[in-house]
Structures are given as C-alpha cells and as structure tokens.
Write a protein of this length. Structure first.
Length: 468
C-alpha cells in the first residue's frame, strides 16, 4: 500500500508516494505530541519575528496567533487526531493552522526548518523539565533533612561490605543521601543552564536567506544566549545528554536508598516500617507487606541509564549536520523526564512516612560488635598500646565473645582478661564499648559526632535556602 499526501513539509521534489513502512518508521507524533506547548511557543515567537522583518503583516500575525491558541487548546483537550502521515508535532500544528486560517498559515514556515524547530522545542523542554525536577528533588532533600533532625539521637549500625562496621547517629546516613540528591539538583541546574541557548534561526543547518532578528527571538523565548554556529545548533544534542546524565545519576542515587529501604524493612533487619499507603500485599501470602515502590525505583534506575546510553550511541557516529537518527532523541528525553518525576514522588512518599525501630538497631549494634574499633583506639590512646597489638587484642576478644554467645557490652571480666589485661578494668572498658557514645567520638569534620551532624544540618538548611 502507498500513501499520497500534500501535507508533508518535506515532499518537495518527491512524488509523495511512500510505502507504509516509510510512514510508520518515520513518524514521531506518538511521542513529540508532548512537546506541543514548546512547539507552539516557538511558533508564536517566530511569527512575531516574521512580522518585524516584513514577511507578515499585522493582520496575518493576529490570525496566526489566534489560530495557534485554538490549536493549543485542542491539543490540551485531546481533540486533535494524530495522523502518522503527518509525522511530527510541527506538521500537525501547521496543518491544523492551515485548516483554521488558510493562506497566512503557509507563511509561518518562512525562514525556518524542522531541524531548528525541533531543536528549539527540545531546548525549551529541557529547560522547563530541569527546573521542575530540580525543585522536586530539593523538596525530597527537605524531607530527608526533616527526618535527620527528628532522628539525630537514634544510633544505627553503619555498614561496610554489608557487615556491621561502627555505630552512627541515624541522621548521618540520612544526610549522606541528602547530599547525593542535592548534587543531583545541582546537575539539573547545569543541564538547564546548558540548554539556555537559542537554536531557532539556524534553518536546516547553514542559517536562512532572510535578515532575521535572532536577538528578538532570544528575548521572546527567554534564552540566555544564541548558538554561535548554525550547524552545531541543529546537530548537537548536548542539552538532552546533560539532562539524561543528570536524571541517570539521580536514578542511581535513588536506587541506592531504595535498596536500603528494602533491606531495612525486611524481617532480618527490622529497622524500618513504612505506612500501608506505600506498600502492597501478596496475592498468596497474607502476612506480606512488600516495599514495592522501592523495588520499582531500583528497576527504573536501569531504564534511565539505558536512555542515556541509547542517545549517546545514536549520536556518536553522526556526521554534521542534521541526520534523521536524531529523531531518536525524543523517547529517552520524554521517558526519562517522566520516570524521574515518578521516582521523586515515590521516594518522598516513603521518606515522609518512615518509622524507625531503634531497639532493633541497638540489637544489631551489639550483635555486630560495632564498637570493636573504639576499644582498639582506647587501648592506643589511653594505654599507649601500638595499634597493631590493640587490633589483635580486640579481635581475640570478639572471637571469645562469639564462642560465649555474648556481646562486647555483656562480656564478663574473665572473658575480657583473656584478650588483654586492660579490658578487665570497667572504668576503661565500659565507656569504650558503649554504642551510644561511640558515634560522638568521630569528631573529624564531616563525622558522625553530634556537633558535627549539627554543623551538617545547619549547612544543609543554608544550601536549601539559597537553592530556592
């Protein structure tokens, strides 16, 4: 079956007779209909510029602007039928505009190409979505900060190799996630800044044969600057890659806290309870309370990473300037924007509803011999024992405690004496193995001592205030 249409912007010398597969593989309207706001925004600015340089008179401009408002309302209300043979958002808008106002609409494409048109659409979209997502992530940071402030005096095991390492104030790992997400917000701000360049006016790749006013376009569309090179403007997808990188790193960070949520909600850990509103049951096991949101976030991280790689791979071998391969930019861009928003919303719902089980955390601290390093350090500082000797003595004590089935806190003096004579003295030993005071010994900047965490919290508040 062949298609014939006079609606195709690219028809030119072509007969217009195309095979079904040519239409199907070439259409992007299923995706870029989501860019209709940006496309119409760019068309309004372009129409005003054409009137300034004499291509349109005021009546024609008014007709075009009124028609674009109608088209925008129809798309917003989902009243515009999508037709594959019209390929993309640009042709759908222009075709409908011609139906509404006739000949003036045919002048709108003067001095522009679909190449610079899609470029300006995606630049505007990246700017908008980067800002929206950035503020959503900053709200997530505020949620984490609130939980850290609330739970600063709960002590939790810190882990290396997923083995109990040392005691920490619960605020410390919460703030570790805070700072990761705060950097994600900074990356999105960078993506927004890098997309703040106007590509419209570059034409197909070499500029246009009209004395256009690109500075007027820049001001109308609120771009910070103009692309210095027209080929770069239509060929580059750096603005999308920056956005995809920022969302990919964010999703990676989200997956890490999601994994901790999954672990901490398990029976084996029992550190955390989530509200019923963000968990699900099992279709067969009535006792289950599954942290599905966290698991879905882990899965979506791979999806966002894949979107980044997909576009990098599509772009890497392209000669200048525009190539149809670049049409593949829309799926990763639109999908990553949507998925990242879902991730933030899901994380916020879980973080806001977290209830920590401090007694279970304390039990894990004791069972994991979390203060072993503190005991070794006490030997070094108070008894002037060389660290290697102290390390060996504490290791021996842990082995003896394991054999006896007791914690460091509950080890009898006769057990302690076998590892080192100094351990028999309760005035030396008991403070050294107390998990509650252990965290406050980590006094170095950025550590888990209470006053250091208070410094972090204050710095976080200032940064959030400055970030907006």
């Amino acid at each position: 079956m062949k298609h014939t249409s006079n609606d195709k912007l690219w028809q030119g010398r072509s007969s217009g007779h195309v095979a079904d597969i040519t239409v199907e593989i070439g259409q992007s309207i299923d995706l870029d209909i989501q860019l209709y706001r940006e496309d119409i925004q760019g068309s309004r600015a372009h129409a005003r510029m054409l009137q300034r340089i004499g291509v349109l008179d005021q009546t024609e401009l008014d007709q075009i602007l009124e028609g674009l408002t109608t088209v925008e309302a129809e798309i917003a209300a989902r009243q515009m039928p999508l037709r594959w043979e019209l390929e993309d958002i640009h042709t759908h808008v222009e075709n409908r505009l011609m139906e509404l106002i006739g000949d003036p609409a045919r002048k709108l494409h003067t001095a522009r190409s679909r190449n610079d048109q899609i470029a300006v659409d995606t630049h505007l979209y990246v700017k908008r979505k980067s800002a929206e997502l950035r503020f959503m992530i900053l709200d997530l940071c505020r949620d984490l900060l609130a939980q850290a402030e609330k739970n600063i005096d709960i002590t939790i095991p810190a882990y290396t190799h997923l083995q109990v390492a040392q005691p920490a104030r619960l605020a410390h790992p919460l703030m570790a996630h805070f700072w990761s997400f705060f950097r994600d917000a900074e990356r999105l701000q960078f993506a927004e800044q890098q997309a703040d360049r106007l590509p419209l006016g570059s034409g197909a790749c070499l500029g246009v044969n009209y004395d256009t006013d690109r500075e007027f376009l820049r001001q109308e569309l609120k771009f910070e600057s103009i692309y210095e090179n027209s080929m770069d403007a239509v060929a580059s997808r750096d603005h999308i890659l920056n956005f995809l990188y920022a969302t990919s790193v964010f999703a990676t960070h989200a997956s890490r806290i999601a994994e901790e949520i999954v672990l901490w909600c398990s029976v084996e850990f029992s550190f955390l309870k989530l509200p019923d509103s963000v968990t699900t049951g099992s279709s067969i096991m009535p006792q289950k309370k599954n942290p599905d949101l966290a698991e879905l976030i882990r899965g979506k991280a791979g999806r966002l990473n894949g979107n980044l790689i997909a576009l990098m791979t599509a772009v890497k071998g392209l000669p200048l300037a525009y190539n149809r391969d670049l049409q593949e930019d829309r799926h990763p861009l639109l999908d990553s924007a949507y998925q990242a928003e879902l991730i933030v919303r899901a994380l916020r719902a879980m973080v806001q509803g977290m209830e920590f089980q401090d007694k279970n955390m304390q039990s894990s601290l004791e069972k994991g011999y979390a203060t072993a390093t503190d005991l070794a350090d006490a030997l070094v500082w108070e008894k002037q024992v060389p660290f290697r000797e102290a390390h060996h003595a504490v290791g021996k004590l842990v082995a003896l405690c394991e054999q006896s089935g007791v914690s460091l806190l509950n080890a009898a003096p006769e057990i302690r004496r076998q590892a080192h004579p100094a351990f028999e003295d309760p005035d030396f030993y008991n403070p050294a193995v107390d998990p509650t005071t252990s965290a406050d010994r980590k006094r170095s900047q950025g550590g888990t001592a209470r006053f250091r965490i208070e410094e972090q919290l204050e710095l976080a508040r200032r940064n959030l205030e400055e970030a907006g």
